[in-house]
Design a protein around this ligand. Structure first.
Ligand SMILES: Cc1cc2nc3c(=O)[nH]c(=O)nc-3n(C[C@H](O)[C@H](O)[C@H](O)COP(=O)(O)O)c2cc1C
Length: 162
C-alpha cells in the first residue's frame, strides 16, 4: 500500500508513536516541519498530532494541504493527556475543517507531559489551568505531569491499515 505518516508534535511522544507505526507498517514517517513532507505522493495517509490547549497542533498544516487530503484514505491519531471520549472528540472536530473529521478514523493515544522539558512559562500556564480544571485527575496531571505513552495502544491503528 502506498501510505505515509505525517506527524506534528513538540515534546517527543507523537513522534514516538509515529515511528512505532512506521516500523510496524513500513510506511515512511515525516515531521510536517520537513519541507519534503509531501502528502500528494501517497494514497493512504496516517496523520498524527498532539493536543495543545484543546487543539490539534497539526490543524494549520491540514488546512494548508486540504485539497491534497480530501479524496484519500485517512487515519488521524491524536496524542493527549485527556483519554478517548466526548471531550477529546470535540477538540478534534473543532480543529478540523468542516466535513473532514467525518472522512477520518480517529484514534486517541495516551500522551506524556514532563515538566522538566517545558518552559517556566508553560509550567505556569499548566499550573493556572490546574486551578480551574473541574476534573481532579486532569488537575493532578496538569500539575505534576504524567507518562501514559504505551506502544500497545497503536494496535487499533495497525488493524485498520492491514
Ligand atoms: C502547553 C501544553 C498544553 C497542553 N494542552 C492539553 C490539552 O488541552 N488537553 C490535553 O488533553 N492535553 C494537553 N496537553 C498534554 C499533551 O497533549 C501531551 O503532553 C502530549 O503527549 C504532547 O505531545 P508531544 O510529546 O508530541 O508534544 C498539553 C501539554 C502542554 C505542554
Amino acid at each position: 500500500m502506498n501510505g505515509a505518516i505525517f506527524f506534528s508534535g513538540k515534546y517527543g511522544s507523537t513522534e514516538q508513536y509515529a515511528n512505532w507505526i512506521g516500523e510496524a507498517t513500513g510506511f515512511p514517517v515525516f515531521d510536517i516541519k520537513d519541507p519534503n513532507a509531501d502528502p500528494s505522493k501517497y494514497e493512504y495517509l496516517i496523520l498524527g498530532s498532539s493536543i495543545l490547549y484543546f487543539k490539534l497542533s497539526i490543524r494549520k498544516w491540514v488546512r494548508t494541504n486540504l485539497p491534497l487530503l480530501k479524496d484519500k484514505s485517512k487515519i488521524l491519531f491524536s496524542v493527549s493527556g485527556a483519554g478517548p471520549g466526548d471531550k477529546l472528540n470535540r477538540w478534534v472536530a473543532a480543529s478540523l475543517p468542516s466535513g473532514l473529521a467525518s472522512q477520518m478514523e480517529h484514534v486517541g493515544l495516551p500522551g506524556r507531559l514532563d515538566h522538566s522539558k517545558v518552559s517556566w512559562w508553560v509550567r505556569k500556564m499548566l499550573w493556572i489551568g490546574s486551578l480551574i480544571n473541574p476534573d481532579p485527575e486532569a488537575r493532578k496531571d496538569e500539575r505534576y505531569g504524567f507518562d501514559y505513552v504505551d506502544k500497545e495502544s497503536i494496535e487499533p491503528i495497525l488493524e485498520m491499515v492491514v
